[in-house]
Design a protein around this ligand. Structure first.
Ligand code: DOR
Ligand code: ZN
Length: 348
């Protein structure tokens, strides 16, 4: 591959927030321009807790795909204390229903209906293990006495490790990992444990968000950490280890809900996601490993076919727009008004 063009199998996004209704007109085209499939998070208001609701949501997403697009949303169910094991049977029998998402209650955006104590979900996890439906985890504890920068590492010790022992056949993804501890843990865990890594956690550390002024558009959960953690994530993403794969956690909010006295967590990376990952892989001199991270490791973990179609990135500076329409409001993307080095060939 020449140093000015990258050709790769069309990638997938294994962790994505599309939101709903009018905002799908913005979010779906941004993701569908380069990703063939995406795992769609269920933290709507109200959350997606049934296969029926997931099917209706899927229909709204499909209706927002630009003409000629071939985007495939893979839906998820939101785990609550009350989810019934029979819903898992329905989920496992539905080809486009890919996984169940665990949010600790109150840990992040729209997680109020999440799990209050993991033991309450054991019958559901039992059934998921039997039917081989993966569990996707927001891997943070949110006890008031655990510092926000420690919540992921404490989750691994207190929740994930016991869960792995209790459910030896359950496939799990530790979503949007942000720490060296998480990267090390996943690398040594057995093959049924995977992890997604976002572009923003590879690009930014907490200094970018807090030094010289507070930048609400970089506020996300799990929160950006020290630079040593970003370095460890870069090493994991570019290592070639199939346990790590691309998941943007692109999470748009209306500008007024970010630029606020109590701003929402979430970074909107979809308009330039693949290009931003390419920047990171280039900086790490690992462009030859981008394709596997972005297009092979995810489907292999989920037991799905790899995509066949391809796309190209070209070295070509472009400026990310300052804002986009977002329903009746607007959304500010990551790196708004700034330059990105790589561009999707043939893209707008
Ligand atoms: O930053 C985040 N935004 N982290 C999450 O876990 C949720 C997401 C959202 O839905 O906005
Ligand atoms: Zn997320």
């Amino acid at each position: 591959m020449s140093s000015d063009r990258i050709s790769l199998t069309r990638p997938d996004d294994w962790h994505l927030h599309l939101r709903d209704h009018a905002t799908l007109a913005t979010t779906v085209p941004h993701t569908a321009r380069c990703f063939r499939r995406a795992i769609v998070m269920p933290n709507l208001k109200p959350p997606v807790t049934t296969v029926t609701a997931a099917g209706e949501y899927r229909d709204r997403i499909l209706a927002a795909i630009p003409p000629g697009g071939s985007f495939e949303p893979l839906m998820t169910l939101y785990l609550t204390d009350n989810l019934a094991p029979v819903e898992i049977d329905r989920a496992a029998a539905t080809s486009w229903l890919a996984a169940v998402k665990y949010y600790p209650a109150g840990a992040t955006t729209n997680s109020e209906s999440g799990v209050t104590a993991i033991e309450k979900t054991w019958p559901v996890l039992e059934r998921m293990q039997e039917l081989d439906l993966p569990l996707l985890m927001h891997g943070e504890v949110n006890h008031r006495d655990v510092d926000i920068f420690d919540r992921e590492a404490v989750f691994i010790d207190q929740v994930l490790q016991p869960l792995i022992r209790r459910f030896p056949g359950l496939r799990m993804v530790l979503e949007h990992i942000t720490t060296r501890e998480a990267a090390e843990f996943v690398a040594q865990a057995d093959a049924r444990i995977g992890a997604t890594i976002t572009a923003h956690h590879l690009l930014y550390h907490r200094g970018h968000m807090l030094a010289g002024g507070i930048r609400p558009h970089l506020y996300c959960l799990p929160i950006l950490k020290r630079d040593v953690h970003r370095e460890a994530l870069r090493a994991a993403a570019t290592s070639g280890n199939p346990r790590f794969f691309l998941g943007t956690d692109s999470a748009p909010h209306p500008v007024g809900e970010k630029e606020s006295a109590c701003g929402c967590a979430g970074v909107y990376t979809a308009p330039a996601a693949l290009e931003l990952y390419a920047e990171v892989f280039e900086e790490e001199q690992a462009l030859d490993r981008l394709e596997a991270f972005a297009a092979f490791h995810g489907p292999d973990f989920y037991g799905l076919e790899r995509n066949i179609s391809r796309l190209e990135l070209v070295r070509n500076d472009w400026t990310i727009p300052g804002r986009y329409h977002f329903g009746a409001a607007e959304v500010i993307p990551v790196r708004a008004g700034e330059t990105v080095r790589w561009k999707l060939a043939g893209g707008a």
